[in-house]
Every structure is written in structure tokens, then in C-alpha cells.
Design a protein around this ligand. Structure first.
Ligand SMILES: [Zn+2]
Length: 249
């Protein structure tokens, strides 16, 4: 095979690799983002659980404040007791005192309720924290794995880019231009094998005469009569079998 044709075949193969690697690379940010989103859900759960505890604690503090106020009023009323002069005043004051006592008892029940209710809420916070920690570890590892993968691909890409440049320089400017154009117009496949008369790029057959020309040419690079791709002769791997090729992949 002509050295220049060999370079074109190699160039196509390198470009296939580069395109595969770029495609793989383009998926990684979304994979990392998915992990971060998963973590964010845990963080939000924790915030919600903590807010519930705080709300319950505030309710308890508020109720304790109410008790204090009612208690002050109760003491005030009791202080007036020695000063009453009539039975009527005495009854009214007694009623007032009982009413404050009733309120205080009610508030105290509410404080107890708050204390009981806050326990399961605290447990929920502890549980969610644990979940977040373990999710952090897992996601951290997964993200690290993606980032390592990313770095590996970038490294490999650089290698291929350098090799591509070397190969590119082996090709004359006419064929460089031709490759560039066909590569762009033919879905990234500029160079295809011809096996058993069939162009592996477009799957069309050449005439037998043309096929022999392509196969036997020693000093010329051929193009497919149908799709215009640069073609090179490749032997079928087994007699009578059309070999499926991955050149188009
Ligand atoms: Zn073709």
C-alpha cells in the first residue's frame, strides 16, 4: 500500500479514537453533577430535619415564657388576697387565681408535649446526618473515580492528538484537504475499506473492473465512485464471507 494511503488509513483510525474519547469525555460532567445532586438531596433532608427540631424547641421556649408570665400574674393576684374586704372581691380574686393556675397547668402540659415530640425529631436529625456522611463518602469516591477517568481520557487524547499531527504531516496538502472535506461531509468517515467490491463506507459495490483497478493500483489513491470516500483494498477475512466492519462505528 502507498505510504500516503497508509497514513490516511491511520489518520482515520486516530480520528475514530479521538471522536470516541471526546464523546466519552463529554458525558463525565453530567455524571459528576448527578452525584452532587444526590448529595444535595441529603443535605436538604438534613436541613428540613434540623428546622423541625428548632421549631419544636422554639415552641417550648415560647410556652415556657407564657408560664413565666402567668406565674407572675398569679403571684400578683395572690399578693392582693390579704387586701380584699368583701366576699364578692374574694370570690373574684379566687376565680382569677384558679384561672391562672389552669392556664399554667395547660402550658406545662404543652411543654411536656414539646419535650416528648422533640426526641424523635432529634433522632431523625442523627439518622439523616449518618445518611449524609455515608452518601458523602460514596459520592466522594464515585466523583474521584470520574475525575480520574477524565484525567486518563485527557491524557490519552493528548497522545492521540500528537500522533495525529505526526500522521497529518506525512500527507500531502491535496489529500489533507480532500480528507478534511470528506470527513466533514461523510459523518466523520473519510477513509473506508473496500471488501469484496463493497465500499464499507456506503455499502455500494464497485464494478469488477474498477475493483481490480483499486486493488491493483500501486501508485494511486482511489475514491469510491459512489460516496467519494478514500478507499483502500482489504482482503475479506474468510472466503465467501462479507466481514462486518467496525470502520463505520
Ligand atoms: Zn462508498
Amino acid at each position: 500500500m502507498l505510504a500516503e494511503l497508509q497514513a490516511l488509513v491511520r489518520l482515520q483510525s486516530i480520528d475514530n479514537q479521538i471522536s470516541r474519547l471526546k464523546n466519552e469525555l463529554s458525558k463525565i460532567p453530567a455524571q459528576i453533577e448527578a452525584e452532587k445532586k444526590y448529595l444535595k438531596e441529603y443535605e436538604e433532608d438534613l436541613e428540613t430535619a434540623q428546622a423541625a427540631v428548632e421549631a419544636m424547641q422554639k415552641r417550648q421556649r415560647d410556652t415556657e415564657g407564657e408560664i413565666q408570665m402567668a406565674d407572675e400574674k398569679l403571684r400578683e393576684s395572690r399578693g392582693k388576697q390579704p387586701l380584699v374586704k368583701t366576699n364578692e372581691e374574694y370570690r373574684a380574686l379566687t376565680q382569677e387565681i384558679e384561672s391562672f393556675q389552669g392556664k399554667i397547668a395547660e402550658f406545662e402540659d404543652q411543654v411536656l408535649e414539646c419535650m416528648e415530640s422533640v426526641e424523635p425529631l432529634r433522632e431523625k436529625v442523627a439518622e439523616t446526618k449518618k445518611g449524609l456522611e455515608s452518601a458523602n463518602n460514596t459520592a466522594g469516591m464515585v466523583i474521584k473515580k470520574h475525575e480520574d477517568h477524565q484525567a486518563g481520557i485527557e491524557h490519552e487524547l493528548e497522545k492521540h492528538q500528537r500522533e495525529r499531527q505526526r500522521t497529518w504531516d506525512e500527507i500531502s496538502s491535496d489529500w489533507q484537504a480532500r480528507y478534511k472535506m470528506v470527513h466533514k461531509n461523510m459523518g466523520g468517515l473519510a477513509v473506508a475499506a473496500i471488501i469484496d467490491r463493497t465500499c464499507q463506507g456506503c455499502r455500494m459495490d464497485e464494478t469488477i473492473q474498477r475493483f481490480f483497478e483499486i486493488r491493483d493500483s500501486k501508485d494511486e489513491i482511489s475514491s469510491c465512485s459512489n460516496c467519494g470516500r478514500i478507499i483502500y483494498y482489504k482482503e475479506a477475512e474468510a472466503v465467501g464471507t462479507v466481514v462486518p466492519t467496525d470502520e463505520t462505528a
